[in-house]
Design a protein around this ligand. Structure first.
Ligand SMILES: *Cc1c(COP(=O)(O)O)cnc(C)c1O
Length: 223
């Protein structure tokens, strides 16, 4: 198989699994966005997936994205980039100009810097609020108890809220965490749910994910 055929086959497999999980949950497959998480992979690895028709990609670092993507997306105006990694306030300006969506809004200081950066750029991009769904010390995300206040702050700052995002604790059954994120979103009138990675995206789709973030299953293992 050529690199292009290989990428197309992996993409088809992931898409079929999403479609099967959606059908089981009686959901429309169009309501689920597959984000191909291309962090650490270079242009040679990403191009075959672009050739296979994938247009929505995720990255976790502002600098890496700035180095990699402007050239790749030059002739593909329909490429969409999602930031799926933690964001430092001093990089908010770069993030707003590079990305089409941010999945890691998790604290009041970032609401402030992102709102300022969006004002400055004259461009408002949708943000998911990342929730520390497993109450894990070192993990990014807003504590569940702080979520109502953070949502309110984002709304006051006129940041378009896409929904909630989570990365459940590693190594245990993710279902209760996905179900909890779904409930929290519903409680706050938010529609989007960014949840599910290579190991658990089918479960996430069954539990209502609108955005799944898949890296390894599309690109192979990272270094
Ligand atoms: C790396 C990453 C992913 C993709 O993980 P895989 O297990 O490779 O699919 C998804 N979400 C976030 C936040 C990530 O950092």
């Amino acid at each position: 198989m050529t690199e292009n055929e290989h990428a197309a086959a992996r993409l088809l497999t992931v898409r079929e699994k999403i479609a099967a999980a959606a059908a089981l949950a009686q959901r429309e497959v169009e309501d689920i966005t597959l984000i191909a998480v291309s962090k650490t992979h270079d242009a040679d690895t990403i191009l075959p997936l672009l050739n296979a028709g994938q247009r929505v990609f995720g990255e976790n670092r502002v600098q890496e994205t700035a180095a990699k993507w402007p050239a790749l997306r030059e002739e593909l105006p329909d490429v969409q980039l999602h930031l799926v990694g933690s964001l430092q306030s001093n990089k908010a300006g770069d993030a707003v100009s590079l990305f089409d969506c941010i999945h890691s809004l998790d604290r009041p200081s970032l609401v402030k810097s992102l709102a300022g950066a969006m004002d400055k750029a004259g461009r408002r991009i949708p943000c998911f609020i990342q929730v520390d769904i497993g109450d894990e010390e070192q993990k990014g995300g807003c504590a569940i108890a702080d979520l109502p206040a953070l949502i309110e702050q984002a709304r006051v700052a006129d940041i378009p809220l896409a929904g909630l995002m989570c990365v459940p604790p590693a190594g245990i059954e993710p279902t209760p965490f996905f179900a909890l994120l779904d409930k929290l979103a519903a409680d706050h009138g938010l529609d989007g749910l960014s949840m599910g990675m290579s190991g658990d995206f089918e479960t996430a789709v069954k539990l209502g994910a609108t955005h799944v973030r898949v890296g390894t299953a599309l690109f192979g293992a990272r270094e």
